[in-house]
Design a protein around this ligand. Structure first.
Ligand code: SAM
Length: 282
């Protein structure tokens, strides 16, 4: 039986499928000597499977009742392989955890769906320590995350597909993402209203390789995908790029004038960003 959550509104659908638990843990790859951050460990279903494989699990749980239950299940101590951190994951300091572990972190979680986007953006923002910090290196290695199926479809979508858009480009700018498997509502207690998919995300940001500035490229992508029904050119004009500059940039980047953003791979979006001289105009 599951422990009673203190805050039943925190996206708490507990995974009850033992095979899926093992698949999630196995999908993280070799965990020997590794530190894993688990987002929302809940009653510890995935946590237990991780302890058999990893050196250390940092279990970040917001619900005080569930955190107390986890501390009973995995008592603290010098040899403990699980550290329960009662905290909002959106406030968790991945850089400090990586520095303390002396390695890039692995991340896993059956995410609380009400903050999926914020968690993805938090991970993206945590991918490297800020320039000038004592630690200036990659923080995250790879993540295996469960999200609503439709969200996973959007995250992993490729150009030209119906689901390709802002979320796909934003996530994939930080590294390739692939869907691994899908679970029905009956795999959870209580069952959610939706199917869930597990995807793997390997952190390998592409900004340097494509000569892009993170701070201006992502807002540009948001403008490009502002209205799905409009052409790319119309979205850019709506974002106040002068029509002659839009036409010249499309020609320079060899993009057809009637193209829609959903058709453009990341490399073409990057070419357009360069052609519009965004790096020099900010
Ligand atoms: N990992 C467990 C499982 O698979 O059975 C529970 C998954 S449940 C979908 C999401 C978990 O995230 C819940 O335990 C919930 O309390 C926790 N949670 C919700 N919001 C959170 C937040 N902001 N930070 C950390 N944990 C959170």
């Amino acid at each position: 039986m599951q422990p009673m959550p203190s805050k039943p509104r925190l996206g708490q659908n507990f995974l009850e499928d033992a095979q899926a638990v093992q698949r999630i843990a196995a999908s993280l790859g070799d965990l020997t000597g590794r530190t894993v951050v688990e987002i929302g460990p809940g009653a510890g279903a995935i946590t237990g499977a991780l302890t058999a494989r990893a050196a250390h699990v940092l279990a970040v749980e917001l619900d005080p009742g569930l955190a107390a239950h986890l501390r009973n299940q995995f008592p603290p101590g010098p040899q403990a392989r699980v550290t329960v951190i009662e905290q909002d994951v959106l406030r968790f300091d991945f850089a400090a955890a990586s520095a303390a572990a002396g390695q890039r972190l692995l991340v896993v979680g059956n995410l609380p769906y009400y903050i999926t986007s914020q968690i993805l953006l938090k991970l993206a923002a945590s991918h490297a320590a800020p320039h000038g910090a004592i630690l200036d290196r990659a923080i995250l290695d790879r993540a295996v995350l469960m999200v609503q199926r439709e969200v996973a479809d959007r995250i992993t979508a490729q150009p030209g597909s119906r689901d390709y858009g802002l979320l796909s480009v934003t996530v994939q700018m930080y590294g390739p993402a692939e869907t691994l498997f899908t679970l029905p509502p009956s795999s959870f207690s209580p069952p959610p209203d939706v199917h869930s998919s597990v995807f793997r995300w390997r952190f390998a940001p592409r900004f340097a390789e494509l000569g892009l500035q993170e701070a201006t490229f992502l807002p540009f992508v948001r403008k490009v995908f502002a209205q799905k029904r409009k052409t790319l050119a119309n979205n850019l004009r709506a974002a106040r790029f002068p029509p002659h500059a839009v036409a010249a940039a499309l020609a320079h980047a060899s993009i057809p004038t009637q193209a829609r953003a959903e058709a453009l791979p990341i490399e073409e979006l990057a070419a357009l960003w360069h052609a519009l001289h965004i790096p020099t105009s900010v």
